[in-house]
Design a protein around this ligand. Structure first.
Ligand SMILES: Cc1cc2nc3c(=O)[nH]c(=O)nc-3n(C[C@H](O)[C@H](O)[C@H](O)COP(=O)(O)OP(=O)(O)OC[C@H]3O[C@@H](n4cnc5c(N)ncnc54)[C@H](O)[C@@H]3O)c2cc1C
Length: 536
């Protein structure tokens, strides 16, 4: 019989051979009783103030009936063999005369959808407006070094999607979801380290992602799929509520099944959808600024005197503050330990910020967005004759346009020492030592809405009490963090299709069903499974 056992603790400098011993000790069984031992999760517990941090494992193991009387059975959780297996993609063998499915967008959602569709034998066409990874890297370097923006290939558009220039965290709620396992195992098949299958907070880094994503593309092609870069979807055509074709830069491609995975930076896609029969709905989103402080401070706050231990790596944090009378809630988001703050843009004269890291996470700073949630009712109506659903996008664009101007008009990031922000003073200078060299002193109160600045001013000093040891004049705030989530959801039914256009499968972050690399990848798989159902 197979069981799961939780809470096996090992010291920081454990050896692999220590795990079976620790399991046997915890269960009260002889070592030989335990077979088929497989670690399921590994997390770090650094909560105790006076105790060294420890690794905590859960494992799966076989234990024969004869050993049960010896074992502490209360600790053993009988394992459902179906629960912890990845999904199985069925092979489509019927020869019904249907057009091949098209996937739009090669971010985590689109790539995983195309991978699963190719695996099913459906020979999908994957189209992506931006360039493949290698060309994209060159364009992004030019943007960061010289402020030269390509509106089709940039930090947000191109193979790998928005997540390519990211921290590459693969955080998710459960290790038991069959789709999550499929997603992580696919990444391992493409070269990701095996540890991502068990680590509680796995991390890849932008450098590893840039190797993994092209391998994923190669698999899609090897399995019969086609991938076209520099190909932008401009129009969807439907007839009597059914999708009939897509227009890709002038070329009309007939199709009855399209996975729309264009991410939430593609505002032209939202504009196109808002003028089409595709149903959309407003959703909450969040806006704020990115805060940077020395990584050393974060390490000491979390790991105390054990900071610097080679097994610990770099520490991260998650801070939240509830809504209070006169102030909105505020929370930290997308923390990048040992990383840098980056400028991002996908359209001219609009600037947003984000964080990224390499696999080593060895830079001297940690950064995180500190964002404030906004409800659809918080967004001022424009009453400009365009569909009102687009108002939230204009609200974001307005902030990004100010960030561009206050950054000096060349895609340098506007930034302020936290001390200047709190006292509402125009900053005179920035610390020399910072992760983003192309940053200029700017008054963030001129960029972000006043109510949002008031919330940040109120919340940040309290929240930062958890990270003591750094003067507010050495902490930097960069503006503006506008793209943490989509303000629009593309409404879909229980069959994964748009409620108004059959054959359109909206998915991923842009459609409002994901927030992060893992959830976007999982949603891409889910969309592929829905598409496959229609071909069975
Ligand atoms: C800088 C940054 C750092 C991040 N860090 C992390 C992190 O560490 N961990 C994490 O989990 N998440 C992170 N995220 C969020 C994560 O990247 C997104 O949640 C995820 O990429 C969403 O995946 P997606 O496939 O839905 O959309 P996207 O990744 O946005 O991909 C959409 C793709 O569609 C393409 N596209 C758009 N319009 C068209 C069109 N008309 N025609 C053809 N193609 C089109 C785009 O070029 C893009 O490649 C980060 C995001 C950013 C921007």
């Amino acid at each position: 019989m197979r069981y799961r056992l939780h809470q096996i603790q090992l010291p920081l400098d454990y050896l692999e051979s220590d795990l079976p011993q620790a399991v046997a000790l915890k269960l009260g069984c002889p070592l030989k009783a335990i077979t088929g031992l497989k670690p399921r999760t590994r997390s770090l517990d650094a909560r105790a103030a006076n105790q060294a941090p420890r690794f905590v494992f859960s494992v799966d193991l076989n234990l024969e009936k004869k050993w049960l009387p010896l074992a502490n059975q209360a600790l053993l959780e009988p394992l459902d063999p179906h629960k912890s297996k990845p999904i199985i993609i069925p092979q489509i063998t019927t020869k019904r005369s249907r057009s091949r499915p098209v996937v739009v967008g090669a971010g985590p959602a689109g790539l995983m959808a195309a991978f699963a569709l190719a695996k099913a034998g459906l020979k999908p066409l994957l189209i992506e407006r931006g360039a493949a990874v290698d060309e994209r890297k060159t364009k992004v370097r030019d943007f960061w070094s010289n402020g030269v923006l390509d509106e089709e290939t940039n930090t947000l558009y191109g193979e790998g999607g928005a997540g390519l220039y990211s921290d590459g965290k693969l955080t998710s709620r459960s290790k038991d979801s069959p789709r999550l396992l499929y997603f992580l195992e696919t990444l391992v098949q493409c070269g990701a380290p095996k540890e991502i299958l068990i680590d509680h907070n796995p991390h890849l880094g932008s450098d590893q992602l840039a190797l993994i994503v092209p391998r994923l593309r190669d698999f899609i092609i090897e399995m019969g799929g086609e991938v076209r870069f520099l190909s932008r979807l401009d129009k969807l055509t439907a007839h009597q509520g059914k999708l009939t074709s897509l227009t890709i830069q002038g070329e009309v491609i007939p199709t009855e099944a399209c996975v729309l995975a264009t991410g939430h930076s593609a505002r032209d896609v939202y504009r196109m959808l808002a003028h089409s029969p595709v149903a959309l709905e407003p959703k909450s989103f969040a806006i704020g600024a990115r805060l940077e402080l020395p990584q050393e401070v974060i390490n000491h706050a979390q790991f105390k005197k054990w900071a610097g231990h080679p097994a610990l790596g770099v520490a991260s944090f998650r801070l939240t503050r509830k809504e209070e009378m006169g102030f909105r809630a505020c929370y930290s988001f997308c923390m990048c330990p040992g990383g840098k703050v980056i400028a991002c843009a996908s359209s001219k004269n609009k600037l947003t910020t984000n964080g990224m890291s390499l696999s080593k996470r060895d830079l001297a700073w940690g950064n995180a967005a500190f964002i404030v949630p906004l409800r659809p009712s918080d967004i001022p109506p424009t009453n400009d004759g365009e569909p009102a659903i687009l108002d939230a996008i204009k609200f974001q664009e307005n902030i990004e346009a100010k960030a561009f101007v206050f950054g000096g008009g060349n895609y340098s990031l506007p930034a302020s020492r936290l001390s200047d922000f709190l006292s509402q003073q125009r900053p005179k200078d920035l610390p020399q030592h910072r992760s983003a060299p192309r940053a200029v002193p700017a008054d963030l109160w001129q960029i972000l809405p006043a109510s949002l600045c008031e919330t940040l001013r109120h919340a940040l000093p309290e929240m930062l009490q958890k990270l003591p040891g750094c003067s507010f004049s050495d902490i930097l705030l960069y503006a503006a963090e506008t793209r943490s989530s989509s303000p629009i959801r593309v409404t879909r039914g229980d069959d994964g299709q748009s409620t108004t256009v059959q054959g359109l499968f909206p998915c991923g972050e842009g459609a409002g069903y994901a927030g992060g690399i893992v959830s976007a990848g999982i949603d891409g798989l889910r969309a592929a499974q829905w598409v496959i159902q229609t071909y069975l």
